[in-house]
Design a protein around this ligand. Sequence first.
Ligand code: FMN
Length: 210
Amino acid sequence: MSRAENREGRLPPESLDAVEAEAWAFLEAGGRSFRAPFHSGVIGTLGAEGPSTRVVILRGADGPRRRVWCHTDTRSPKFAEIRADPRVAWTLYDEPSRLQFRLWGRASLHHDDALADERWAATAMNSRKIYQAVVAPGTVSPVPTTGHPPELDDERWTLEFSERGRPNFAVVETVVTRLEALYLHHAGHRRIGIHYGADGQRLSADWLVP
Ligand SMILES: Cc1cc2nc3c(=O)[nH]c(=O)nc-3n(C[C@H](O)[C@H](O)[C@H](O)COP(=O)(O)O)c2cc1C
């Protein structure tokens, strides 16, 4: 994309069907590659103190099944929050195309099942390091720390050692019930909203005033 296009932003395809297809195609591509737009986004959860948001990597998306996935540590506050209240919202933004996606849905947690096993097996060794923290993410430390056990140094960082992180690894699956896309464009923005039913069927698709 050229610099001029960057400033102009992007216009949506002309039909709602095409906008929907494009949205899921972007999310699926973002979930597949760290080089693609929308490889990371913000997921919001609800806790005792109210809403809480944080950046996560989009680890996959499936348009026909209306699902998106991220990975997390079973000991993280977000894991407990989702267990208590599965309602989540995502925001993903690509600055070069000036395109924003917002998703709402219900999340389920997978840490001891076939989905978690499959995703763990596909998780690169380096990405497994964060699941080695000896205590829960967010625990107060008297000194700056990675949280890794002292015996985890590069020489001992083998595939076998990385398996120690498996009990802390979880997949968060969101079944999307609403999708919004906002296209910022210098000649006028465009926005759409789509609702999905519990079985993934499309209930409505509308152009919205941006
Ligand atoms: C670029 C980036 C990517 C991140 N990816 C993830 C991720 O995929 N999963 C995750 O649990 N945390 C990820 N984090 C860390 C979270 O933003 C957050 O700090 C951490 O998960 C603790 O969140 P919690 O205390 O609300 O559970 C990422 C942070 C950044 C900056």
